[in-house]
Design a protein around this ligand. Structure first.
Ligand SMILES: *[C@@H]1O[C@H](CO)[C@@H](O)[C@H](O)[C@H]1NC(C)=O
Ligand SMILES: *[C@@H]1O[C@H](CO)[C@@H](O)[C@H](O)[C@H]1NC(C)=O
Ligand SMILES: *[C@@H]1O[C@H](CO)[C@@H](O)[C@H](O)[C@H]1NC(C)=O
Ligand SMILES: *[C@@H]1O[C@H](CO)[C@@H](O)[C@H](O)[C@H]1NC(C)=O
Ligand SMILES: [Zn+2]
Length: 274
C-alpha cells in the first residue's frame, strides 16, 4: 500500500479549501443532522455542539443528556490517580481496511464490515472482547486533563458482537516536533463540507497506539456518548500519553475540523478508575 504522505497534503491544503477558518463559522446545512459516528441512527432531531447545554430541550429522547448520572466528557486530573483496573489488551491486527471520510466535524474512518463484528480489530478487558467500529476526531479535545485541553481528540469506538457501542479509547492530540506515522499513512484529509466522500483505504492503527504506549497509563470511567441521545453504559479509556503530531499535521487536522466538543459534565457516578 502506498498512500500520499501528509507532507504532500499540507502543501495542497491551501488550494483545496481556500479559507477554512471562515468556513468554520458557516454552519453546513447538513452539519446539525450529522450524528457522532458512534450513534448508529441519524433519524433523531437536530442538535448542535454549540448548544450542548440544552440538548434535553430538543426532544424527550435526549433527556439523559440532562439528567444522566454518567455523562461524558468529564474533566480528568492526575489527582484522580491512574487506573489499575480494566487494563485493555489489544488485537489490532494490521492493516485494516475501511473508508476514510469526514464525519462533518473532522477526519474519520470506518472499518469495513461484512456482518461479523468479531473479525474486526479488538480490545479485551475484564474478560470481555469488543470490536473496533471506527475512529473519528473531535476538535478541540472533549476531555481536559489537569485543566488543560488538547487541540483535538481521537476516539476509537468499540462495539460488542451485536454491534452495540460499549467502549471508546480516547487519545489526546497536540502538536509536537515530529510527524506522526499514524497520520503520515493517511491520504489527503477530506474537508468537512464533503460529507459524501468515502475513500476506501488500508491503514495501520499501531503507530497511534505505540505513541501512547498502548495505554500503559490511563484513566477509565463509566460514561456516555458525547452526542444525543447521550446513551450511557459506555466505558471510556483516556490515555495519559498524548499523541503528538507534526505542526503541519495538526494544522491539517484542524483545517478540516469543526467545533465538536461537548461541554464538560459534572462528575457524578462515573466511578473514575474504579
Ligand atoms: C433512532 O433514535 C431515536 C432517538 O433515540 C429512537 O427513538 C428511534 O427509535 C431510533 N430509530 C431507529 C430506527 O433505531
Ligand atoms: C430524566 O428526565 C426525563 C425527562 O424529564 C424523565 O422522563 C426521566 O424519567 C428522568 N429519568 C429519571 C431516572 O428520573
Ligand atoms: C485477533 O483478531 C483476529 C481477527 O481480526 C483473529 O483472527 C485472531 O484470532 C485474534 N487473535 C487473538 C489472539 O484473539
Ligand atoms: C474473569 O473470568 C475469571 C474466570 O471465570 C473470573 O475468575 C474473574 O473474576 C473474571 N474477571 C472479571 C474482571 O470479570
Ligand atoms: Zn467521539
Amino acid at each position: 500500500m502506498l498512500l500520499p504522505s501528509l507532507l504532500a497534503l499540507t502543501a495542497l491544503l491551501p488550494l483545496g479549501s481556500a479559507c477554512p477558518q471562515h468556513q468554520n463559522n458557516k454552519l453546513s446545512p447538513l452539519r446539525k443532522r450529522t450524528a457522532d459516528p458512534s450513534v448508529s441512527n441519524n433519524s433523531s432531531p437536530e442538535w448542535a455542539y454549540e448548544a450542548s447545554y440544552n440538548w434535553h430541550t430538543i426532544h424527550p429522547s435526549y433527556s439523559l443528556c440532562q439528567n444522566g448520572t454518567q455523562q461524558s466528557p468529564i474533566a480528568l486530573s492526575l489527582s484522580n490517580g491512574l487506573s489499575l483496573n480494566h487494563a485493555p489488551t489489544f488485537n489490532y491486527s494490521s492493516p485494516v481496511s475501511g473508508n476514510f471520510y469526514n464525519w462533518g466535524y473532522g477526519p474519520a474512518f470506518t472499518v469495513a464490515h461484512d456482518g461479523d463484528w468479531t473479525t474486526h480489530p479488538s480490545i479485551s478487558y475484564d474478560n470481555e472482547t469488543l470490536y473496533l467500529k471506527g475512529w473519528h476526531i473531535h476538535a478541540p479535545a472533549d476531555h481536559s486533563v489537569g485543566g488543560d485541553r488538547s487541540k483535538a481528540e481521537l476516539h476509537l469506538v468499540h462495539v460488542d458482537s451485536s454491534g452495540d457501542e460499549r467502549a471508546v479509547l480516547a487519545l489526546r492530540l497536540d502538536p509536537g516536533n515530529v510527524d506522526s506515522a499514524f497520520f503520515t499513512q493517511l491520504p489527503s484529509f477530506i474537508p468537512f463540507t464533503e460529507l459524501d466522500v468515502q475513500e476506501p483505504i488500508e491503514m495501520d492503527l499501531t503507530p497511534a497506539m505505540e505513541d501512547v504506549k498502548w495505554f500503559n497509563e490511563f484513566w477509565t470511567y463509566q460514561g456516555s456518548l458525547t452526542s444525543p441521545p447521550c446513551t450511557e453504559g459506555i466505558r471510556w479509556f483516556v490515555a495519559r500519553q498524548i499523541l503528538f503530531v507534526g505542526v503541519g499535521q495538526m494544522q491539517g487536522v484542524l483545517g478540516v475540523s469543526a467545533y465538536s466538543a461537548r461541554a464538560e459534565q459534572e462528575v457524578w457516578l462515573h466511578r473514575i478508575n474504579e
